[in-house]
Design a protein around this ligand. Structure first.
Ligand code: SAH
Length: 329
């Protein structure tokens, strides 16, 4: 009797979850309680269904192609001191470098030859150097008129965003990192504010950039409620691209002894994001692959549709040392 009751209860729960995933497929307005269940449930079958559904939606909306991007980590010089980051200003023992314009163009050339026509220039936050990149972006645009030029250079004066756009950049990645202002303050030094970051994101959108947002999963102090806030914030702003990856501690940073984020939660979030933002370009990131062998493929099977391959010259790659064990070095 008890067994039968238990079985009945399980069946009801399963039915509820299947229904929830069906709902998720058809609506972008799942209540917080459903998101909490999808993120926290120990039920492996639920997690599997969620990822399969996301892959199905991805195939339907984005098609079977996995888009490849060329990541060019152009400089590790940074004015910021984000507590999690391996290229933070005060971390010693990091040889600092910046690629020359010629080196950057060579990286683009190599990617182009490989059939990768999207160049992502990422680096530490350095407004003066970013202004110097305006002419580099112009040269890339002249040499590769049909390429997509994506930038990820942190928070810059709006005029610099405009100048880079005018020079030919078309996309910008600026993760919001966390949508909870108190949590944001605990991850960043005094003076850095979530509101400033969000102003930048809104300005980038206004300027006509395809704009990317995103967060680390499992950064110190993060709760499920924070992740739900992240999803709500992204629903409000509407990013074209979403980059997420697990937090991974780096030695010589204040968070060196904190545990890494969960690959499983990252995968569930990838899946939820595909269902909430079916059209978005969502990479299976290097951080996920660092924590989970085969993470790029597994991320694709959970709803991601982009991978970013590193084209930074071998001589410098190791110095772009965001977190411990970064793969592709
Ligand atoms: N300066 C740029 C690029 C930052 S590096 C900017 O401010 O946007 C790119 C991303 O790496 C960051 O947005 C952050 O989410 C991620 N990152 C940094 N340190 C990390 C760590 N220890 N673990 C996982 N991801 C990290």
């Amino acid at each position: 009797m008890t067994g039968a009751l238990h079985f009945d209860k399980l069946r009801k729960m399963r039915k509820f979850r299947v229904k929830m995933i069906e709902t998720l497929k058809n609506t972008r307005n799942l209540p917080d309680s459903a998101l909490r269940e999808l993120l926290e449930s120990p039920d492996a079958a639920l997690s599997g269904r969620l990822k399969d559904t996301a892959r199905e939606v991805c195939l339907k909306v984005k098609g079977p192609e996995v888009l490849v991007r060329a990541l060019i980590e152009w400089s590790n010089v940074c004015r910021n001191d984000c507590l999690y980051c391996g290229i933070r200003r005060s971390r010693s023992g990091v040889p600092r470098y910046s690629l020359t314009p010629e080196q950057i163009l060579q990286c683009c050339e190599a990617a182009w030859k490989d059939g990768v026509p999207t160049f992502v220039l990422q680096g530490g936050e350095n407004p003066a150097a970013a202004l110097g990149l305006v002419s580099v972006v112009r040269s890339i645009r002249e040499r590769f008129p049909s390429a997509a030029i994506t930038l990820s250079l942190g928070e810059l004066p709006f005029e610099t965003y405009a100048a880079l756009k005018e020079a030919g950049a078309n996309r910008y990645l600026l993760r919001h990192e966390t949508a909870n202002p108190d949590h944001y303050a605990s991850l960043h030094p005094a003076g850095m504010r979530l509101s400033s970051r969000l102003s930048c994101i809104r300005e980038l959108k206004r300027l006509g950039y395809e704009t990317g947002m995103g967060m680390m999963v499992g950064s110190p102090g993060q709760t499920t409620e924070d992740l739900i806030l992240d999803l709500r914030l992204m629903q409000e702003i509407g990013p074209h691209m979403i980059g997420i990856g697990p937090f991974i501690p780096q030695s010589g940073t204040p968070f060196e002894n904190c545990p890494a984020g969960s690959a499983e939660t990252t995968l569930r979030l990838l899946a939820i994001m595909r269902l909430m933002f079916p059209e978005a370009n969502i990479p299976a990131t290097t951080a996920l692959a660092t924590l989970l062998p085969g993470g790029k493929e597994i991320g694709i099977r959970a709803g991601a549709n982009v991978i970013m391959n590193v084209y930074t010259p071998f001589t410098e790659r190791r110095k772009y040392d965001l977190y411990k064990g970064k793969t592709d070095v």
